[in-house]
Structure formats: structure tokens, C-alpha cells
Design a protein around this ligand. Structure first.
Ligand SMILES: [Zn+2]
Length: 385
């Protein structure tokens, strides 16, 4: 039995800010939240940790490396940016490489990682349309294949949580229905589907769309496409990369107005994140990073170098919502989207103690996962008491 207390100047809870409050933590869970009778000795704000539901890699490491070391590098780096949990996301490569990555995610969950918790894997590719291939090699793209998916689900043994696919393939709709019956989340992405096909896929049980606006048919007023479906259909979970490069700030603001709580901040970060400008690989594709923007040789954007704490700030700036409202799009709403909001995403009694302490500039100074500090800045160490 391990007991801890966090005393913060402000605590962000589902009922709003609590000033000068104490959070009691036992065995990695929040057991009480209460006002303090003594003045707060620090200036920190306590927030629920962020959740990145779509991330490939950082700091030279990628999910497709299929090594524990790479997943651990991603986990540690994310903790430094206020993320307490994530879905390790694959890209289109050979079946063997995808299988190795899925198996490694399963193994690393068992073994445990140093920072943010691995919630499972997210299969991004190969069931995509070449018209919107982005950084997925065209020759490896294929129609959704139930036998293959069954094999991969078996290999992953409950850790493959989400599968992205293009719904315009004739095999897609029955596969979406079947995956939903197996409690696997389906996301629509890298697709040239029209509005009607997207609507049918959502009706069949798909949860939403992968990185809205990027890798999909756009919104035309007589042909509203996947974007039109995402923006107009209630409860469509809408991933968005708010780095200022992938989506224009005005288009972010439109998506926020249309999607509300279903707008989910993701990073889609790849291995160049946190690294200097230069040449990298995304899967097997050579890519180049300059000034934080990564492109393939044909000029397509190839993942981002975004961090989720920066995405929160950008969302607040692009939409003029408050910082804490923007934070919800990276914490509570992703937890709801994954169906794990009974455990993660808010500071409430009985929730897992995945917490972040921010300084007065709203910068991440410490991150706690399962009630243990996994990241602390020098400022935090010297000022927290
Ligand atoms: Zn993608």
C-alpha cells in the first residue's frame, strides 16, 4: 500500500478549478480530492495527463522498429510532454514487419515502460486507397482482408485496439461490422470515399476519421467527402493534427465548431520528433525534415514532429477557447473515445493517478503515471514542496 498527496495551487477537475487543493493517491489511484486548510506552498496547476491516441515515434525511435527500446524511448519522451498514455501506431510495411511491431507492443505492455503507459497498438495501414496514400508505400496497399486481420488480432492478443481503413473497398463494410462486434475501434483514413460511403461506414460502427483533412477526400459543397461527413455527422470522432502545418488554423477552428467534444488532438509524431533537421525514414520511405516539417520525396507531409502539449496551446490559440478547454481535447475526450474514461482522462476519485503539474506559464514540469513521478524538471524539484 502506497500513499501519496499532491498539493497544488489549482486542480482541474470535471467540476472546474479547485483552488489550493490536495489530491490523495493510494496504490496508483486517486482516492480523495479536498480543499487544503494550509496555504499552498507552490504555484503549480494539476491537470489530468494527456493521452496520445495516434503516435508513431520520437527521438529516432518508431513503433515499426519492433524493439522494446524504441517503445521505451517513446514512452519516456511523451511523459516529458505531459502524456500519460498512448496508442503505439504502425505504418504500412511488409506483413512481417507489421506483425513484429504488433507482437512487440504486446510484449512491451507486459514488460512495462518507463514513462507513459502503452494502451495498445493502432494499425495504420495497409488497408488504404493509393489516391490518398500520404507516406504509405503504394505497392503495399491492399483491400481490408478479414483473414489477415484475424491473424493480427490473434498475434496481438487483445492489445490491437484500433484499425484504420479506407471504407470504399467492397470488403470494408462487413469487416467494419465484424470488428465492432469484437470491440475493435475502426477509424476511416487514407481514403477517397465519398460522403455516402463514409456515412455508411460510420453507420456500420466505425468510430471516426483519421487525421481529419489529411489523407482524405475534401469538402466540396456538392460533394462533401470524408471531411464533410466528419464535420456534419454527430459523434464522429475526429482526429486532428494541430501543428499549424497539417491543417490551416481556420480549418482547425471550423472542425472545433463542428465536432465539439469529438475533436481529438493527436500528434501523428514520427521518429524525427525532438531531433535536428535532416533525413529520416517513416516506415521504409525516406523523408526529410526541415523546420519541424517532414515530407516524402514527392512532397507529401509524412507524419509530424508535434508534441501534444504544444497541440493543446495551438488549439487554444486557433479557436480562442481557454487553455483548460483545449486540454480536454487531449485528455478527457480521447479517454472517452477509447472507452477508458472510467479510468483515465480526468482528475476524479477512483481514477488512475495519471497527472501533470504545470508551472505558471502552463509548461509541463512533472508527470505522474499510476501514482509515480516519471518526469520532473529541475524547476519542479526545487519549487514543489
Ligand atoms: Zn496517416
Amino acid at each position: 500500500m502506497e500513499f501519496k498527496q499532491i498539493h497544488a495551487k489549482q486542480v482541474f477537475t470535471p467540476v472546474g478549478w479547485l483552488d489550493n487543493a490536495i489530491v490523495d493517491i493510494k496504490d496508483g489511484k486517486i482516492i480523495d480530492i479536498k480543499p487544503s486548510d494550509t496555504p499552498c506552498p507552490n504555484q503549480f496547476k494539476l491537470m489530468p495527463a494527456l493521452i496520445d491516441t495516434h503516435i508513431h515515434g520520437v527521438m529516432g525511435a518508431d513503433t515499426m522498429d519492433a524493439t522494446h527500446q524504441s517503445l521505451n524511448t517513446i514512452s519516456s519522451f511523451l511523459a516529458g510532454h505531459g502524456v500519460g498514455a498512448f496508442l503505439a501506431t504502425t505504418v504500412t510495411e511488409s506483413h512481417e514487419k507489421i506483425e513484429a511491431a504488433l507482437v512487440q507492443v504486446k510484449e512491451s505492455i507486459k514488460q512495462g515502460v518507463a514513462g507513459a503507459t502503452i494502451l495498445g497498438s493502432y494499425l495504420e495501414g495497409p488497408f488504404f486507397n493509393a489516391v490518398h496514400k500520404g507516406a504509405h508505400p503504394e505497392e503495399l496497399l491492399q483491400a481490408p482482408d478479414r483473414e489477415l486481420i484475424e491473424k493480427w488480432l490473434k498475434l496481438a492478443d487483445g492489445t490491437l485496439k484500433c484499425i484504420a481503413l479506407a471504407p470504399e473497398y467492397p470488403s470494408a463494410l462487413p469487416i467494419i461490422k465484424w470488428l465492432c462486434s469484437q470491440n475493435i475501434r475502426v477509424m476511416i483514413g487514407h481514403t477517397n470515399a465519398d460522403y455516402e460511403t463514409t456515412k455508411a461506414a460510420l453507420l456500420a460502427g466505425a468510430s471516426g476519421v483519421v487525421h481529419c483533412y489529411n489523407g482524405m477526400s475534401g469538402l466540396h459543397h456538392r460533394n462533401p467527402g470524408v471531411v464533410g461527413a466528419a464535420l456534419s455527422i454527430d459523434n464522429c470522432q475526429t482526429e486532428i493534427i494541430v501543428d499549424g502545418h497539417h491543417v490551416h488554423p481556420a480549418a482547425v477552428s471550423i472542425a472545433h465548431k463542428c465536432c465539439g467534444h469529438n475533436l481529438l488532438l493527436i500528434t501523428d509524431a514520427m521518429r524525427a520528433t525532438g531531433m535536428p533537421n535532416g533525413d529520416y525514414y517513416l516506415g521504409q520511405l525516406p523523408v526529410h525534415m526541415e523546420n519541424d516539417v517532414v515530407r516524402t520525396q514527392d512532397g507529401s507531409l509524412a507524419g509530424s514532429t508535434l508534441t501534444l502539449d504544444r497541440a493543446v496551446n495551438n488549439l487554444a490559440n486557433f479557436t480562442r477557447i481557454t487553455f483548460e478547454q483545449a486540454w480536454l481535447h487531449g485528455s478527457h475526450y480521447p479517454a472517452k473515445a477509447l472507452g477508458i474514461d472510467n479510468q483515465l482522462g480526468t482528475i476524479a476519485v477512483n481514477k488512475v493517478a495519471n497527472l501533470v503539474l504545470l508551472n505558471e506559464q502552463n509548461q509541463v514540469t512533472a508527470t505522474m503515471v499510476n501514482g509515480n513521478f516519471v518526469y520532473q524538471t529541475e524547476q519542479f524539484k526545487s519549487q514543489y514542496q
